[in-house]
Design a protein around this ligand. Sequence first.
Ligand code: AMP
Ligand code: GLY
Length: 423
Amino acid sequence: MNILILGSGGREHTFAWKISQSPLCKKLFVAPGNSGTAEIAQNVNISVTDFEAVKELVVSKAIDMVVVGPEDPLVEGIHDFFLDDEVLKKVPVIGPQKAAAQLEGSKEFAKEFLFRHNIPTAAYQSFNAQNVEEGYHFLETLNAPYVLKADGLAAGKGVVILNDLNEAKAELKRMLVDAKFGKASTKVVIEEFLNGIELSCFVLTDGKHYKILPTAKDYKRIGEGDTGLNTGGMGAVSPVPFADDDFMQKIEERIVKPTVLGLQKDSLPYKGFIFIGLIKVGNDPKVIEYNVRMGDPETEVVLPRLKNDLVELFIALEKQSLNEKEISIDERAATTVMLVSGGYPGAYEKGKVISGLETIEGSIPFHAGAIVKDGQVVTSGGRVMAITSYGDTYQEAIKKSYENIEKLHFDKMNYRKDIGFDL
Ligand code: AMP
Ligand code: GLY
């Protein structure tokens, strides 16, 4: 098969790495890709939301399957675009249709889904510019901290958590009245604060059946000890040590099963990954959010532990025969540490030469914001590269990643030295 992966991050390099191992994959394309995918696939420089350009590529390269990395094309309806097109409709797209992608595209839609299907989550109410006064009153009924979420996609920045009531009211006004996040904050969900430790559960579903993939925990803050600004993710660990069998049973019964059944009851077509953001409150899992794709950098630790041929699983999604597959997981732990550009998640410089890659031993460098320029690998984004390692324990794996990072260099390179510190 000829396969096309859409996206350009560490997640997509990991998909390319995994898919290129499948004997079913003949030619692999990544659009737009990065310096890592360039080594194992053919990069094509088109935007993931330019559906006409994607169509042209699929037709000209005789692509047989499209794997969608990021959320934007899914929320904008790329799967429906394929189904509505006479030429493209026979090409399977891995990722949900637009209606189901609202689980990530609208926080209000997700909360309504969770409540409709009795899936444990934080209490909430949603508001718009017309009833902002009611929003202030609702905030007064809650205890600090206050959780405000822009309804739409806001590039991971739409959640604001504040300790002071007046600041929370001012933030609500900024979001609803001053359009802080543009169209994304036309509506705002105000939520009960959940206190606990976070983890993520990854599910593959064909819309009828599901398979649970390894859990992972990511580290979102830029600073050690989980301090400072939020980033896309600074590192990840899989499996999550505190997610024991008993806890996983609760996740499956209370969250995964009703989610997949809910998709069916609500006629939301879904063939792809569901990324369930969870928080462990006491001994119980509650849902913080759904994402309709894999996480980044969680993919960099989840896929390396999956022993199955991923292309075979994707074919089973298309045929809705996922129930016939057995998932096989590597017992070892996997960890990843993200190397970022100095200044990220604020302003940073690009074009820095990355050296030492050829000296890496026993870790896998998944490229993210990195491209080839004049024959050299140079930085092109905030998150530059995820260094993944295996180990019998996550401590061993993390040690390996840090040993290899010592050998890597680019100007103003930064990374967290405490991934896994809280486990
Ligand atoms: P989200 O974009 O929904 O993942 O939210 C970003 C982050 O905000 C999450 O990873 C949590 O750390 C935090 N968060 C979101 N909702 C809640 C909540 N109800 N209680 C506590 N923390 C939350
Ligand atoms: N690492 C979090 C995300 O992919 O949304």
